[in-house]
Design a binder for this molecule. Structure first.
Ligand code: MF3
Ligand code: CO
Length: 264
């Protein structure tokens, strides 16, 4: 069942989203070669609690940490560890969720560790573009498949793989709500999107094969061919016009379209 949120509920999700954005900005700045992912996780938890919020992932279905820290061929759900030391040249997906006043936000970004190759820079950039291409379809009256189709088209235009086994999701009082939000699909298919639906859209894009496997830890997903993967996620609210990106304060679709060179 899909829970449609009212204005006041979205206001609370906006507050959670804005806090999460601040947390992720600080985590991005903290990433350095030589740092452990456990240290990054501890910093994330401290930032969240300092702001009177709670980490939503910690304890979720038994998940043991505040962030997911997924490196290179790891797609998502990498468990932070004091044995995992960040290496120059890697890319790191940091995924985090917060609960503030009962309402949730979920967001992820992929950051370079030190200097990375142009190939990896491009993968990160195109994955972010995939998110915006998908998110801009999240308009009252459109179909769920319009989102996935837009993500898939942009990724495949660049020769990348779109992970299918994992999807985005509805979000609100709960981390995962209906509907699932696939990153592939066909325009005009799926449920009709409605103002007040709140979704976490999260493309996971690979340099090669889109298939993934789970590691023996029961959490970490890696690409089947061990090609690098990038992940980018925001919590959005469907509206009558273009969606509000609740976890990206100050974002403007007009500015984005201009920087993408589209002039509209
Ligand atoms: N953003 C992640 C997802 O949507 C949330 C991970 S929940 C976890 O899958 F706590 F189980 F890791
Ligand atoms: Co998510």
């Amino acid at each position: 069942m899909i829970f449609v949120k009212n204005y006041k509920q979205i206001e609370k999700m906006r507050k959670a989203g804005h806090l999460l954005y601040e947390v992720l900005c600080k985590l991005r700045e903290a990433v350095k070669p030589g740092m452990t992912t456990a240290a990054l996780d501890a910093y994330a938890e401290e930032l969240i609690r300092r702001n009177h919020a709670e980490p939503s992932f910690l304890g979720y279905q038994g998940y043991p940490a505040t962030i997911c820290a997924s490196i290179d061929d790891q797609v998502v759900h990498g468990i932070p560890s004091d044995k995992v030391v960040l290496q120059e040249g890697s890319i790191l997906s940091i995924d985090c969720g917060v609960i503030l006043d009962g309402w949730q936000s979920d967001s992820a970004l992929t950051v370079p560790v030190g200097e990375i190759t142009p190939d990896k820079q491009k993968l990160i950039r195109v994955t972010e573009e995939c998110f915006f291409e998908g998110a801009r379809q999240a308009v009252n009256g459109n179909r769920l498949g319009d989102i996935g189709a837009a993500v898939q088209k942009h990724a495949e235009n660049h020769g990348y793989g779109v992970v299918r086994a994992l999807t985005g999701h509805g979000i609100g009082r709960n981390t995962h709500e209906d509907p699932n939000v696939p990153n592939f699909g066909e325009t005009g298919r799926g449920i009709r999107l409605k103002s007040g639906m709140t979704l976490a859209i999260e493309p996971m894009i690979t340099q090669g094969d889109y298939r993934v496997n789970m590691l023996d830890d029961g959490w970490t997903f890696v690409t089947h061919d061990h090609s690098a993967c990038s992940h980018y996620e925001h919590t959005i609210a469907v509206g009558d016009g273009l969606p509000e990106i609740l976890s990206l304060p100050g974002f403007s679709w007009a500015d984005y379209s201009q920087s993408a060179g589209e002039g509209h």
